[in-house]
Design a protein around this ligand. Structure first.
Ligand code: KG4
Ligand code: ZN
Length: 343
Protein backbone atom coordinates (compact mmCIF):
# COMPACT_ATOMS: atom_id res chain seq x y z
CA UNK A 1 0.00 0.00 0.00
CA UNK A 2 1.44 3.39 -1.00
CA UNK A 3 0.77 6.44 1.16
CA UNK A 4 1.26 10.05 0.11
CA UNK A 5 2.29 11.96 3.24
CA UNK A 6 1.93 15.73 3.62
CA UNK A 7 3.62 17.75 6.37
CA UNK A 8 3.03 21.48 6.91
CA UNK A 9 2.86 21.83 10.70
CA UNK A 10 5.68 24.35 11.12
CA UNK A 11 8.34 25.69 8.76
CA UNK A 12 9.01 22.76 6.40
CA UNK A 13 6.73 22.09 3.45
CA UNK A 14 7.14 18.39 2.81
CA UNK A 15 5.61 15.46 1.01
CA UNK A 16 6.66 11.83 0.59
CA UNK A 17 5.58 8.52 -0.87
CA UNK A 18 6.06 5.57 1.46
CA UNK A 19 5.22 1.92 0.78
CA UNK A 20 3.79 -0.24 3.57
CA UNK A 21 4.82 2.16 6.31
CA UNK A 22 8.57 1.63 6.03
CA UNK A 23 9.91 1.94 2.47
CA UNK A 24 10.54 5.49 1.29
CA UNK A 25 9.87 5.83 -2.45
CA UNK A 26 10.46 9.59 -2.57
CA UNK A 27 10.66 12.39 -0.05
CA UNK A 28 10.86 16.13 -0.68
CA UNK A 29 11.35 18.84 1.96
CA UNK A 30 11.26 22.57 1.18
CA UNK A 31 12.71 24.51 4.09
CA UNK A 32 11.55 28.03 5.00
CA UNK A 33 14.79 28.71 6.85
CA UNK A 34 15.62 31.74 4.67
CA UNK A 35 12.24 33.37 5.36
CA UNK A 36 12.38 33.01 9.15
CA UNK A 37 16.09 33.33 9.87
CA UNK A 38 16.05 37.13 9.94
CA UNK A 39 13.48 36.96 12.75
CA UNK A 40 15.45 34.24 14.67
CA UNK A 41 12.26 32.15 14.85
CA UNK A 42 9.20 31.05 12.91
CA UNK A 43 6.69 33.78 12.01
CA UNK A 44 3.35 31.90 11.77
CA UNK A 45 1.73 34.10 9.13
CA UNK A 46 4.79 33.96 6.87
CA UNK A 47 4.95 30.19 7.38
CA UNK A 48 1.39 29.53 6.19
CA UNK A 49 1.84 31.79 3.16
CA UNK A 50 5.06 30.00 2.20
CA UNK A 51 3.34 26.60 2.57
CA UNK A 52 0.62 27.78 0.18
CA UNK A 53 3.22 28.89 -2.33
CA UNK A 54 5.31 25.73 -2.21
CA UNK A 55 2.99 22.83 -1.51
CA UNK A 56 1.89 22.06 -5.10
CA UNK A 57 5.46 22.12 -6.37
CA UNK A 58 6.67 19.89 -3.52
CA UNK A 59 3.93 17.30 -4.14
CA UNK A 60 4.51 17.32 -7.91
CA UNK A 61 8.22 16.75 -7.36
CA UNK A 62 7.46 13.87 -4.97
CA UNK A 63 5.17 12.17 -7.47
CA UNK A 64 7.54 12.65 -10.41
CA UNK A 65 10.43 11.22 -8.40
CA UNK A 66 8.33 8.30 -7.16
CA UNK A 67 5.04 7.15 -8.54
CA UNK A 68 1.86 8.82 -9.73
CA UNK A 69 -0.12 6.16 -7.90
CA UNK A 70 -0.95 6.09 -4.21
CA UNK A 71 -3.73 4.53 -2.18
CA UNK A 72 -4.14 6.95 0.73
CA UNK A 73 -3.27 10.56 1.58
CA UNK A 74 -1.99 11.19 5.12
CA UNK A 75 -1.40 14.68 6.50
CA UNK A 76 -0.35 16.25 9.78
CA UNK A 77 -3.49 17.39 11.58
CA UNK A 78 -1.68 18.63 14.71
CA UNK A 79 -0.02 19.75 16.84
CA UNK A 80 1.40 22.72 14.95
CA UNK A 81 0.71 26.25 13.73
CA UNK A 82 -2.97 26.57 12.90
CA UNK A 83 -2.62 28.38 9.56
CA UNK A 84 0.13 26.04 8.42
CA UNK A 85 -1.82 22.93 9.41
CA UNK A 86 -4.85 24.20 7.48
CA UNK A 87 -2.83 24.32 4.26
CA UNK A 88 -1.90 20.64 4.62
CA UNK A 89 -5.45 19.65 5.52
CA UNK A 90 -7.02 21.48 2.57
CA UNK A 91 -4.49 20.12 0.09
CA UNK A 92 -4.83 16.56 1.45
CA UNK A 93 -8.64 16.62 1.36
CA UNK A 94 -8.63 18.08 -2.17
CA UNK A 95 -6.30 15.34 -3.39
CA UNK A 96 -8.47 12.75 -1.60
CA UNK A 97 -11.54 14.10 -3.38
CA UNK A 98 -9.94 14.28 -6.84
CA UNK A 99 -8.27 10.87 -6.62
CA UNK A 100 -11.10 9.26 -4.66
CA UNK A 101 -8.80 7.88 -1.98
CA UNK A 102 -9.08 7.97 1.84
CA UNK A 103 -7.62 10.96 3.70
CA UNK A 104 -6.01 10.10 7.03
CA UNK A 105 -5.00 12.64 9.70
CA UNK A 106 -1.79 12.03 11.62
CA UNK A 107 -0.41 13.29 14.91
CA UNK A 108 2.92 14.99 14.18
CA UNK A 109 4.49 13.53 17.34
CA UNK A 110 3.52 10.02 16.32
CA UNK A 111 5.35 10.74 13.06
CA UNK A 112 8.52 11.66 14.96
CA UNK A 113 8.23 8.53 17.14
CA UNK A 114 7.90 6.27 14.08
CA UNK A 115 10.69 8.04 12.15
CA UNK A 116 13.18 5.89 14.10
CA UNK A 117 11.76 2.67 12.65
CA UNK A 118 12.79 3.34 9.01
CA UNK A 119 16.43 2.74 9.84
CA UNK A 120 15.86 0.37 12.74
CA UNK A 121 13.25 -2.18 11.64
CA UNK A 122 14.36 -4.56 14.43
CA UNK A 123 13.16 -2.10 17.09
CA UNK A 124 9.82 -3.38 18.33
CA UNK A 125 7.48 -1.93 20.97
CA UNK A 126 7.36 -1.61 23.88
CA UNK A 127 10.12 1.00 23.99
CA UNK A 128 10.71 4.44 25.47
CA UNK A 129 10.61 7.38 23.08
CA UNK A 130 12.23 10.74 23.77
CA UNK A 131 10.89 13.40 21.40
CA UNK A 132 13.08 16.51 21.30
CA UNK A 133 11.97 19.03 18.70
CA UNK A 134 11.42 22.75 18.27
CA UNK A 135 7.91 22.49 19.68
CA UNK A 136 8.04 19.47 22.00
CA UNK A 137 10.03 17.59 24.58
CA UNK A 138 8.26 14.42 25.68
CA UNK A 139 9.00 11.06 27.22
CA UNK A 140 6.52 8.58 25.83
CA UNK A 141 6.04 4.85 26.32
CA UNK A 142 5.32 3.26 22.95
CA UNK A 143 3.18 0.29 24.04
CA UNK A 144 2.54 -0.63 20.43
CA UNK A 145 2.27 1.38 17.23
CA UNK A 146 -0.80 3.56 17.76
CA UNK A 147 -0.83 3.13 21.55
CA UNK A 148 1.14 5.61 23.62
CA UNK A 149 1.47 6.84 27.18
CA UNK A 150 2.99 10.27 27.75
CA UNK A 151 5.09 10.17 30.94
CA UNK A 152 6.43 13.71 30.92
CA UNK A 153 6.81 16.81 28.83
CA UNK A 154 8.39 20.22 29.06
CA UNK A 155 6.89 22.68 31.48
CA UNK A 156 8.13 25.69 29.53
CA UNK A 157 10.41 25.88 26.49
CA UNK A 158 10.81 22.91 24.19
CA UNK A 159 14.35 21.61 23.93
CA UNK A 160 14.89 22.82 20.34
CA UNK A 161 13.27 26.12 21.22
CA UNK A 162 15.92 26.68 23.91
CA UNK A 163 18.66 26.07 21.28
CA UNK A 164 16.93 28.61 19.01
CA UNK A 165 16.58 31.20 21.78
CA UNK A 166 20.19 30.87 22.93
CA UNK A 167 21.31 31.23 19.29
CA UNK A 168 19.23 34.39 19.11
CA UNK A 169 20.98 35.79 22.22
CA UNK A 170 24.34 35.00 20.64
CA UNK A 171 23.12 36.39 17.28
CA UNK A 172 24.42 33.35 15.41
CA UNK A 173 21.35 32.58 13.28
CA UNK A 174 18.32 30.32 12.98
CA UNK A 175 17.63 27.44 13.46
CA UNK A 176 19.86 27.54 16.49
CA UNK A 177 20.51 23.82 16.97
CA UNK A 178 22.86 23.19 14.03
CA UNK A 179 24.65 26.54 14.56
CA UNK A 180 25.23 25.84 18.27
CA UNK A 181 26.38 22.28 17.55
CA UNK A 182 28.98 23.52 15.04
CA UNK A 183 30.34 26.35 17.23
CA UNK A 184 30.35 24.11 20.33
CA UNK A 185 33.07 21.98 18.74
CA UNK A 186 35.55 24.84 19.34
CA UNK A 187 34.40 25.59 22.90
CA UNK A 188 34.80 24.08 26.35
CA UNK A 189 31.71 22.10 27.51
CA UNK A 190 32.75 22.60 31.14
CA UNK A 191 33.91 26.22 30.81
CA UNK A 192 30.67 27.75 32.15
CA UNK A 193 28.55 26.07 34.81
CA UNK A 194 24.97 26.17 33.56
CA UNK A 195 22.28 24.38 35.62
CA UNK A 196 21.01 20.84 34.92
CA UNK A 197 17.25 21.00 35.60
CA UNK A 198 16.58 17.33 36.36
CA UNK A 199 13.26 17.95 38.19
CA UNK A 200 13.58 14.54 39.87
CA UNK A 201 10.30 13.11 41.13
CA UNK A 202 8.52 13.30 37.77
CA UNK A 203 9.40 12.88 34.09
CA UNK A 204 8.86 16.49 33.04
CA UNK A 205 11.55 18.75 31.63
CA UNK A 206 12.24 22.47 31.94
CA UNK A 207 14.66 24.34 29.72
CA UNK A 208 13.82 27.97 30.41
CA UNK A 209 16.17 28.00 33.45
CA UNK A 210 19.23 27.05 31.39
CA UNK A 211 18.23 29.64 28.81
CA UNK A 212 17.88 32.34 31.48
CA UNK A 213 21.25 31.32 32.96
CA UNK A 214 22.79 31.93 29.53
CA UNK A 215 21.07 35.33 29.37
CA UNK A 216 22.40 36.37 32.81
CA UNK A 217 25.87 35.11 31.94
CA UNK A 218 25.91 37.22 28.77
CA UNK A 219 24.44 40.26 30.53
CA UNK A 220 27.15 39.98 33.18
CA UNK A 221 29.90 39.99 30.58
CA UNK A 222 28.24 42.30 28.06
CA UNK A 223 26.05 44.85 29.91
CA UNK A 224 25.71 46.93 26.74
CA UNK A 225 23.22 45.02 24.55
CA UNK A 226 24.82 46.31 21.32
CA UNK A 227 28.30 45.09 22.24
CA UNK A 228 29.84 42.41 20.01
CA UNK A 229 30.22 39.04 21.75
CA UNK A 230 33.73 37.64 21.34
CA UNK A 231 34.14 34.40 19.40
CA UNK A 232 35.74 32.79 22.48
CA UNK A 233 32.67 33.58 24.57
CA UNK A 234 30.30 32.41 21.82
CA UNK A 235 31.94 28.99 21.44
CA UNK A 236 32.19 28.49 25.22
CA UNK A 237 28.52 29.41 25.75
CA UNK A 238 27.52 27.07 22.89
CA UNK A 239 29.55 24.14 24.26
CA UNK A 240 28.50 24.65 27.91
CA UNK A 241 24.82 25.20 27.08
CA UNK A 242 24.73 22.18 24.79
CA UNK A 243 26.41 20.05 27.47
CA UNK A 244 23.88 21.13 30.12
CA UNK A 245 21.00 20.15 27.81
CA UNK A 246 22.59 16.83 26.82
CA UNK A 247 23.32 15.86 30.46
CA UNK A 248 19.71 16.60 31.41
CA UNK A 249 18.22 14.64 28.51
CA UNK A 250 20.56 11.64 28.79
CA UNK A 251 20.41 11.15 32.57
CA UNK A 252 16.70 11.66 32.85
CA UNK A 253 15.84 9.39 29.92
CA UNK A 254 18.08 6.57 31.13
CA UNK A 255 16.60 6.79 34.64
CA UNK A 256 13.12 6.70 33.12
CA UNK A 257 13.90 3.65 31.00
CA UNK A 258 15.31 1.85 34.06
CA UNK A 259 12.28 2.62 36.20
CA UNK A 260 9.88 1.48 33.50
CA UNK A 261 12.01 -1.55 32.63
CA UNK A 262 12.23 -0.53 28.99
CA UNK A 263 15.68 -1.39 27.64
CA UNK A 264 15.21 0.24 24.26
CA UNK A 265 15.23 4.02 23.91
CA UNK A 266 14.33 5.80 20.66
CA UNK A 267 15.30 9.47 20.38
CA UNK A 268 13.54 11.53 17.68
CA UNK A 269 12.81 15.10 16.59
CA UNK A 270 15.07 17.90 15.34
CA UNK A 271 17.43 17.92 18.33
CA UNK A 272 18.15 14.21 17.78
CA UNK A 273 20.16 15.30 14.71
CA UNK A 274 22.80 16.59 17.13
CA UNK A 275 25.93 14.45 16.76
CA UNK A 276 27.28 15.21 20.25
CA UNK A 277 23.94 14.21 21.80
CA UNK A 278 24.00 10.97 19.81
CA UNK A 279 27.58 10.12 20.84
CA UNK A 280 26.99 10.84 24.52
CA UNK A 281 23.67 8.96 24.56
CA UNK A 282 25.34 5.89 23.03
CA UNK A 283 28.25 6.06 25.52
CA UNK A 284 25.91 6.45 28.50
CA UNK A 285 23.63 3.62 27.38
CA UNK A 286 26.62 1.33 26.78
CA UNK A 287 27.52 1.73 30.45
CA UNK A 288 24.11 0.23 31.37
CA UNK A 289 23.22 -3.46 31.19
CA UNK A 290 21.26 -4.57 28.08
CA UNK A 291 20.22 -1.03 27.17
CA UNK A 292 20.17 0.30 23.59
CA UNK A 293 19.47 3.67 22.04
CA UNK A 294 18.16 4.24 18.51
CA UNK A 295 18.03 7.34 16.32
CA UNK A 296 16.41 8.17 12.99
CA UNK A 297 18.51 8.78 9.93
CA UNK A 298 19.72 12.43 10.27
CA UNK A 299 17.45 13.73 7.50
CA UNK A 300 14.44 12.10 9.19
CA UNK A 301 15.24 13.75 12.56
CA UNK A 302 13.89 17.12 11.48
CA UNK A 303 10.41 17.58 10.03
CA UNK A 304 9.65 15.50 6.96
CA UNK A 305 6.64 13.83 5.37
CA UNK A 306 8.00 10.26 5.22
CA UNK A 307 7.32 9.93 8.96
CA UNK A 308 3.79 11.28 8.41
CA UNK A 309 3.16 8.76 5.62
CA UNK A 310 4.42 5.98 7.89
CA UNK A 311 2.14 6.98 10.77
CA UNK A 312 -0.70 7.38 8.21
CA UNK A 313 -0.17 3.82 7.03
CA UNK A 314 -0.53 2.35 10.53
CA UNK A 315 -3.53 4.56 11.28
CA UNK A 316 -5.17 3.56 8.00
CA UNK A 317 -4.63 -0.12 8.87
CA UNK A 318 -6.32 0.47 12.21
CA UNK A 319 -9.26 2.38 10.66
CA UNK A 320 -9.64 -0.37 8.07
CA UNK A 321 -9.85 -2.96 10.84
CA UNK A 322 -12.59 -0.88 12.49
CA UNK A 323 -14.39 -0.46 9.15
CA UNK A 324 -13.94 3.32 9.33
CA UNK A 325 -11.64 3.92 6.37
CA UNK A 326 -13.96 5.81 4.03
CA UNK A 327 -12.97 7.59 0.81
CA UNK A 328 -12.14 11.28 0.95
CA UNK A 329 -11.95 13.49 4.01
CA UNK A 330 -13.97 12.66 7.10
CA UNK A 331 -14.37 15.00 10.04
CA UNK A 332 -15.06 12.09 12.37
CA UNK A 333 -11.59 10.72 11.62
CA UNK A 334 -9.95 14.12 11.83
CA UNK A 335 -8.60 13.70 15.35
CA UNK A 336 -5.01 13.49 16.43
CA UNK A 337 -4.14 10.37 18.39
CA UNK A 338 -5.80 11.16 21.74
CA UNK A 339 -3.03 9.39 23.66
CA UNK A 340 -0.58 12.00 22.42
CA UNK A 341 -2.86 15.01 22.68
CA UNK A 342 -1.67 17.94 24.72
CA UNK A 343 -3.52 18.59 27.95
O1 KG4 B 1 11.51 18.33 14.61
P1 KG4 B 1 11.79 19.69 14.08
O2 KG4 B 1 12.34 19.80 12.69
O3 KG4 B 1 10.52 20.60 14.12
C1 KG4 B 1 9.55 20.57 15.13
O4 KG4 B 1 8.71 19.64 15.11
O5 KG4 B 1 9.65 21.47 15.99
O6 KG4 B 1 12.79 20.39 15.12
C2 KG4 B 1 13.33 21.64 14.90
C3 KG4 B 1 14.23 21.98 16.06
C4 KG4 B 1 14.78 23.39 16.03
O7 KG4 B 1 14.53 23.99 17.29
C5 KG4 B 1 16.26 23.21 15.78
O8 KG4 B 1 17.07 24.21 16.38
C6 KG4 B 1 16.52 21.85 16.38
O9 KG4 B 1 15.37 21.11 16.08
N1 KG4 B 1 17.70 21.20 15.79
C7 KG4 B 1 18.80 20.90 16.48
C8 KG4 B 1 19.73 20.37 15.55
N2 KG4 B 1 19.12 20.36 14.31
C9 KG4 B 1 17.88 20.87 14.49
N3 KG4 B 1 19.11 21.04 17.78
C10 KG4 B 1 20.32 20.66 18.19
N4 KG4 B 1 21.27 20.18 17.36
C11 KG4 B 1 21.03 20.01 16.02
N5 KG4 B 1 21.95 19.53 15.22
ZN1 ZN C 1 8.53 18.09 14.26
Amino acid sequence: MIILGIETSCDETASALVKDGNKIISSVVASQEKIHSKYFGVVPELASRAHLEKINYVIEKTLVAGSEKFDIVAYTSGPGLLGSLLVGQIVASTIGYVRNVPVVPVNHLEGHILSVLFDNPALKPPFLSLIVSGGHTELVIVKKIGQYKVLGRTRDDACGESFDKVAKMLRIGYPGGPKIEKLAKSGGPGSIKFPRPYLWGNWDFSFSGIKTAVLYHLRGKYPDPGEKISRKDIVNVCASFQQAVIDTLVHKTIKCSQQHKLNNIAVAGGVSANGTLRKQFINAVNREKNMKVYFPEIKLSTDNAAMIASAGYYRAMQLKKENKLGKGFSFSNNKVNPDLELD
